[in-house]
Write a protein that binds this ligand. Structure first.
Ligand code: SF4
Length: 345
């Protein structure tokens, strides 16, 4: 703890005692780097300063502020969890593990992190950094379920009962600054004398790095269907990846299908209309955690003025209204390629 008191990182949510803010930061930090989160954390708090304001907000307003941070389920779950806390717990965030863990979007790690930091509940919060530090401390090659349990038990024994939140954050910071994935700076580590990996020539070999998996790539085509200076957008179903966000109609190009044919087919399936294709944009590339896409867009016009019929909520918007709706990042990359002044039909 002495090491932490001197060396802890300065982060916007450090030293925070408001459980709502601590919870928010932990949700935002899931699978996202600290530097990226800071900006969103402040932007969010400016708009939604309390849990009550989150519970009262429309999902779309929340997604708009979250736009660009990714993993949008986090935002939707946070919204329903906030509503549950207001309704079932009179607005007081529960500090019992079982109750807090049962809220939407809360896993073991998040529950332990929030409860230890906000309420001093002595629970180890094992994130990637702590897993690595402990694997080295115990000289564990592979984090199997059994080994994870060992790590957990060890931490349960050693957690500082008076400062459990600081204990967890100290190990996280140690992993971030000293016990780095590819470089363990053992000379600067306060745990050196207890660490089994530090007694070897290459502590970095613990735990063995996971092999990076190849992710699939898809070619996607979308359409800007114009009508009187507005174009059509559809809202993605909540259960889908990027659920709740808006998008241009279109979809994946099938094997041996041309982009044009694919777009006409997709628009027919999604909106039950035929379109005439116009100019297309340069493709953009985007990578999500589990797959990558190349997307191109075509300007389109309705073939015979038939009305759009879609199961998804839809809107006709002007280019100026783009800022009012949450879109996936790939859509924003495409919008940046379009000269709306010249191409609007
Ligand atoms: S002594 Fe070295 S390997 Fe062990 S925890 Fe510290 S930095 Fe990591």
């Amino acid at each position: 703890m002495n090491w932490y008191d001197i060396n802890k990182r300065t982060l916007p949510w450090r030293g925070e005692s408001d459980p709502y803010r601590i919870w928010l930061s932990e949700i935002m930090l899931q699978q996202t780097q600290t530097q990226r989160v800071s900006h969103y954390y402040f932007k969010w708090l400016k708009r939604f300063p309390s849990l009550k304001s989150v519970a009262k907000a429309k999902e779309e307003s929340l997604l708009k502020v979250w736009e660009g941070l990714g993993y949008y389920n986090r935002c939707r779950n946070f919204h329903s969890a906030a509503k549950t806390v207001i309704k079932d717990y009179n607005g007081k965030i529960p500090n019992e593990f079982e109750l807090f863990r049962a809220l939407p979007g809360i896993g073991d790690y998040t529950a332990a992190a929030v409860l230890s930091i906000a309420f001093d509940v002595p629970l180890p919060a094992i994130d990637g950094n702590i897993k690595r530090v402990m694997a080295r401390m115990l000289r564990i090659k592979t984090i199997t379920k059994y080994n994870f349990r060992r790590v957990q038990k060890e931490l349960e024994n050693f957690i500082d009962k008076t400062r459990p939140g600081d204990f967890n954050q100290a190990l996280m910071d140690l992993g971030n600054q000293v016990c780095r994935p590819n470089q363990a700076h053992c000379y600067a580590c306060p745990m050196k004398s207890f660490c089994r990996a530090a007694q070897t020539d290459h502590p970095e070999q613990y735990p063995r790095p996971e092999l990076s998996k190849d992710i699939p790539h898809y070619d996607v085509v979308v359409g800007l269907i114009w009508k009187k200076g507005r174009f059509l957008i559809l809202k993605r179903e909540n259960r889908k990846h990027l659920g709740g966000l808006w998008e241009l109609p279109g979809g994946k190009i099938d094997y041996r299908e041309s982009p044009e044919k694919a777009l006409i087919r997709e628009i027919k399936e999604e909106c039950n209309v035929d379109v005439i294709l116009g100019k297309n944009t340069d493709p953009i590339k985007h990578r999500y955690s589990h797959f990558a896409i190349t997307v191109r867009a075509f300007h389109c016009q309705l073939y015979n003025g038939k009305k759009v019929f879609s199961n998804q909520p839809n809107r006709w918007i002007t280019p100026q209204q783009i800022i009012e709706f949450p879109f996936p990042k790939a859509n924003h990359k495409l919008f940046a390629k379009i000269n709306f002044e010249a191409d609007n039909v």
